[in-house]
Design a protein around this ligand. Structure first.
Ligand code: SAH
Length: 332
């Protein structure tokens, strides 16, 4: 559903206006030198169903998720070029949702220059290397920007475990905020290599023994057996519930994961735990955390909740646009 007013034609002008307005809503981001990367179009929540566009430094990465937006690539690209004036616009339409509309994946340059293989972006004055053509999602997880900053507020002089670290978002913030040590775990070898490169890009010292390629579920079980301990644990898993039908299985996976982490925790320790599954609400997630605590035999307080940053808005009439949530727990 693109337009409610029958008398308004959905033509090139319509798309151009909606794109211009979405970009204008982020105009205050443009003047922030500390952050050069953010989402400029967030699909339904910006009144543009099936369209996602992210700004990465001087480049734009766009995803056409429906056949409607796929058919209008050219006019959408022209408007993005007109209002953002990027060096290049790259398409990363390889989300699973395209197959529901019978569309194949489609990746490649739509306008301008090809982004460098290791594009360096800035987020809250921390540098990250982003591989736009091969990285996961559109190369980096822009939606955790504010949460990384909030979690970094609790880590000074602490030992931190960043699970599902990808390119090290939470790890780099923690290191920068004066953590005593940061252990980063991800099952993807290229992700772990990127964490190392990101430490270097920020003149931070990484201990290679603390960059660990492993399955988090296995890692946490082994850590229990070895009686390892961290003061702050971060759990930012991939979407464990890809659809409403998968909720029941996913809730068991979330519970198991959080329980394994809680078993490692002592009174006073913190757990920052997230879910990016749209089919699991914040209330449901809190319930899962309560079950995890019971099974880990821990008393847990929720001391903060996390959500989406303003460049990933939630449209009031479209609750499905709320997908990222998290809680900060303290074991007492
Ligand atoms: N916290 C990251 C984003 C995490 S995305 C950030 O701030 O940018 C989820 C990550 O989980 C991906 O990097 C993926 O490689 C990793 N992953 C998926 N399943 C995993 C598993 N079972 N064990 C470890 N890592 C896993």
């Amino acid at each position: 559903m693109l337009e409610w007013d029958q008398d308004t034609p959905v033509d090139a002008q319509w798309w151009d206006t909606k794109i211009r307005e979405a970009i204008a809503r982020r105009s205050h981001f443009a003047g922030r030198p500390e952050t050069d990367s953010y989402r400029i179009i967030h699909s339904e929540a910006d009144l543009l169903p099936g369209l996602i566009a992210d700004k990465y430094g001087d480049y734009i990465v766009v995803q056409f998720l429906t056949s409607g937006t796929d058919l209008r690539k050219e006019i959408i690209t022209a408007s993005l070029q007109k209002y953002m004036n990027p060096k290049g616009i790259y398409e990363r339409s390889d989300s699973n949702s395209r197959s529901l509309e019978g569309l194949a994946a489609s990746n490649g340059l739509l306008y301008g220059e090809m982004p460098p293989e290791q594009l360096e972006i800035r987020e809250n004055n921390i540098r990250f290397r982003v591989n736009i053509s091969d990285g996961q999602k559109s190369g980096y997880f822009l939606d955790q920007r504010e949460n990384r900053k909030l979690v970094a507020g609790y880590v000074k002089d602490k030992q931190v475990l960043d699970c599902f670290c990808y390119s090290g978002g939470f790890s780099l913030y923690a290191q920068q905020a004066g953590a005593a040590g940061v252990t980063s775990v991800d099952s993807s070898a290229p992700a772990i290599q990127t964490v190392a490169a990101n430490y270097e890009a920020n003149q931070l010292q990484a201990n290679p023994e603390q960059l660990i390629e492993a399955d988090v579920f296995d890692f946490l079980r082994k850590a229990q057996a070895q009686q390892k301990h961290w003061d702050v644990i971060i759990l930012d898993p991939p979407k464990l519930s890809p659809s409403r039908q998968a909720v029941e299985r996913a809730q068991r996976a979330y519970k198991d994961l959080n329980m394994q982490a809680m078993k490692l925790m002592r009174p006073g320790d913190l757990l920052a735990t997230f879910s990016c599954s749209g089919s699991i609400t914040l209330d449901h997630f809190k319930q899962i955390i309560a079950w995890a605590a019971t099974d880990a035999r821990k008393q847990v307080q929720i001391i903060q909740t996390f959500g989406q940053p303003e460049d990933h808005p939630i449209r009031a009439s479209f609750p499905e646009s709320e997908y990222l949530k998290g809680v900060l727990c303290r074991v007492i």
